[in-house]
Design a protein around this ligand. Structure first.
Ligand code: ZN
Ligand code: ZN
Length: 356
């Protein structure tokens, strides 16, 4: 059985080809009927079904198995620590790790991944990867070190473009990549129009340059690795990295008006603000706290707020501390629970002012 299936290339292709069905039905029959006590079939079923849509194995055999027998994800069966072990093997395949020779080095695409994988393996607390694009092959290569890092309890964030910014024909793929991240325990952060190529390893190492870490294939690129706390603080501060990631502490941020996703977006005077993916729906400034149940709270102390006018300017004021005030912006007027706090006459004025 094995001799035929793993033998000549045309035999391998054959099982996906409906013209070979007779042969393979016979071979499968011989193999499967040998079992006396237990039969375990291991394979990438979705791959086979996609590649053999018309052949027996993809059209009938796999669907039959899935319908009639229990199916398990091998990662649920394999012992914890598997990714760590796999990552060690992985290192050997990719030529081992490369130790950078100084705190600041510039490399091309050829030596980047060896060092990057070493940095992933050495990370202690947090890994942040800015990559506008993601590809299946690159993800396949980085899966083991990323999952090994998750097994060690390291937080991992991937900052990338929202699905809505992908080309229509690529959206399904990106949905798939992002659901893989979800399964691996990696947080995906969406930022509109993002194009940065950066990697933060703890507050220790920064990679920057021209290469999209999660999608590189074969172009000429250059990357700089710096081990310098001041440089990292500069980058993280400019990008408001902690605020950005903090927005995802309690899961994907959701629009309090329409329940769509809220994504980070570049502003003119601030590195980003939060914005509903639905046009003209809801926005929130970077330093405003996430809304819960569509209610704005004092951003200093988290208490309730009330409406008022101070110096002719309408604002929300904290009920616990008169000095805690925040301005009213357009999207606040779309929150039903906040509208209730504004006297009718004022509400009309404000709606008119904001063109609602
Ligand atoms: Zn919305
Ligand atoms: Zn307050």
């Amino acid at each position: 059985m094995q001799r035929y299936l793993i033998g000549e290339p045309h035999w391998r292709a054959g099982i996906f080809n409906p013209e070979w069905d007779d042969q393979y039905i016979r071979l499968l029959n011989v193999a499967l009927t040998r079992a006396r006590h237990r039969l375990i079939i291991v394979g990438d079923f979705s791959f086979i079904q996609a590649k053999a849509k018309k052949a027996f194995i993809g059209a009938k055999f796999i669907p039959f198995l899935l319908e009639n027998y229990p199916c398990a994800n091998p990662l649920d069966i394999l012992p914890y620590g598997f990714a760590t072990r796999a990552s060690k093997t992985h290192k050997i395949i990719y030529g081992g790790e490369t130790e950078p020779h100084s705190d600041r080095i510039v490399v091309t695409q050829d030596s980047f991944y060896g060092m990057f994988v070493k940095d992933l393996n050495d990370a202690k607390h947090r890994i942040v990867i800015y990559s506008a694009f993601i590809s299946e092959s690159r993800l396949g290569m980085l899966e083991t070190p990323l999952r090994a890092a998750r097994e060690r309890g390291i937080s991992i964030y991937v900052i990338t473009k929202p699905i809505t910014e992908r080309k229509k024909r690529e959206q399904d793929n990106y949905e798939k990549f992002e659901s893989s991240f979800d399964i691996w325990g990696i947080t995906v952060v969406h930022k509109r129009g993002m194009h940065e190529k950066l990697i933060f390893i703890d507050n220790d190492i920064l990679w920057s340059g021209s290469l999209n870490p999660l999608s590189y294939s074969n172009t000429r690129e250059i990357m700089e690795r710096r081990k310098n706390k001041t440089v990292i603080e500069d980058f993280a501060g400019t990008l408001r990295l902690d605020d950005l990631i903090g927005g995802y502490n309690e899961g994907t941020p959701i629009c309090p008006i329409c329940n769509s996703e809220v994504v980070a977006s570049e502003g003119k005077n601030e590195p980003f603000y939060w914005r509903c993916i639905q046009k003209d729906c809801y926005t929130r400034s970077i330093d405003q706290p996430l809304l819960k149940d569509g209610i704005i709270k004092c951003f200093n102390c988290g208490s309730d707020v009330e409406f008022g006018e101070w110096g002719g300017k309408p604002a929300w004021r904290c009920i616990n501390n008169k000095r805690h005030r925040q301005r009213i912006n357009r999207s606040h007027l779309r929150l039903p629970k906040m509208r209730e706090k504004i006297p009718k006459g004022k509400l009309k004025e404000l709606d008119k002012y904001y063109g609602l």
